[in-house]
Design a binder for this molecule. Structure first.
Ligand SMILES: NC(=O)c1ccc[n+]([C@@H]2O[C@H](COP(=O)([O-])OP(=O)(O)OC[C@H]3O[C@@H](n4cnc5c(N)ncnc54)[C@H](OP(=O)(O)O)[C@@H]3O)[C@@H](O)[C@H]2O)c1
Length: 261
């Protein structure tokens, strides 16, 4: 790995914040990216307790120019990151007719555009170094068609598309793209995105809820042993396999146990 420098998006909360803390505890310098500066500074304080020297970069990851300017600052001050964790994400579960185009655009901003912008900003550096790991934090909504989640799902399917096509391009380069899919996580996501949790189909109920710290452990393991696709909890993989081999049954179960009009 080129350097022990990691850029973490969505670092003001949840999975991103926990990943930044986990990497900080392992001696990585972390660049913390999200919109809320105060929250980033609180995370930075926790990371600094491990003796790290975190960097706070408040920005809207949907703004490509802001991301490119941040990447230039990071590059010139600290060098090439060895790891990029794309964990910025938002978006409520709604019917399409309740999701005006402006809301859809904001949902595409994170995770999809955020991940695209950050990957674009650092990929040439990683390729030149001949090593690096890009972790995309994804959702099973990128595999299964669940009712009343159209714009939310679009952003996750686009993120998976980014990962899948990028993975093909990265073969033999020493740079890895990893899609890490989590079941429900006890982060602030459902507070920040009301109108979501109650719409998850109850077919998902047997999948246990993870903490952000558990997710961070999975991400750190993935950084040390990169894999194309990681499911946590592992039961999630069973759902993915049912969906792959019995897509009609999977769609029916999701409709039968999901939100109804
Ligand atoms: N929670 C779950 O149950 C769950 C399950 C599977 C997958 N996921 C996925 O994991 C990702 C992270 O979720 P989480 O649970 O960690 O949620 P979270 O606690 O709400 O954290 C989301 C993070 O994304 C940042 N963010 C959102 N929009 C942004 C933007 N436009 N620019 C920059 N930063 C932005 C937020 O920071 P600011 O508001 O400060 O910008 C925050 O730091 C999401 O994509 C989510 O879909 C979550």
């Amino acid at each position: 790995m080129a350097q022990r420098l990691a850029v973490v998006t969505g670092a003001s909360s949840g999975i991103g914040a926990a990943s930044a803390e986990a990497l900080g505890a392992l001696g990585w310098r972390v660049v913390l990216v999200a919109r809320r500066q105060q929250r980033l500074e609180e995370v930075a304080e926790r990371v600094a307790r491990f003796g790290g020297d975190p960097v706070v970069e408040p920005l809207d990851a949907g703004d490509a120019e802001a991301v490119l300017a941040m990447a230039q600052r990071v590059r010139s001050s600290y060098g090439t990151p060895g790891v990029l964790i794309n964990s910025a994400g938002a978006g409520a579960w709604r019917w399409l007719e309740d999701t005006p185009p402006g809301d859809m655009e904001r949902m595409l901003d994170a995770p999809f555009r955020a991940a695209y912008h950050h990957t674009y900003a650092f990929l040439a550096d990683l390729l030149a170094a001949g090593s690096g790991v890009i972790v995309h934090v994804g959702s099973p909504a990128s595999l299964l068609a669940w009712p009343s989640s159209v714009a939310y799902a679009c952003s996750r399917w686009a993120l998976r598309g980014l990962h899948e096509s990028l993975s093909q391009d990265l073969v033999g380069t020493g740079v890895h793209s990893c899609h890490v899919l989590f079941g429900e996580v006890s982060s602030e996501y459902f507070v920040a995105n009301p109108d979501s949790h109650e719409h998850i189909p109850w077919i998902a109920a047997p999948i246990s809820r993870s903490t952000p710290a558990e997710c961070a452990e999975v991400i750190v393991r993935t950084i040390h042993r990169p894999r194309r696709e990681v499911f946590h909890p592992p039961l999630l993989r069973v759902y993915a396999e049912v969906n792959r081999w019995l897509p009609g049954t999977s769609r029916w179960l999701s409709r039968a146990t999901g939100r109804r009009r």
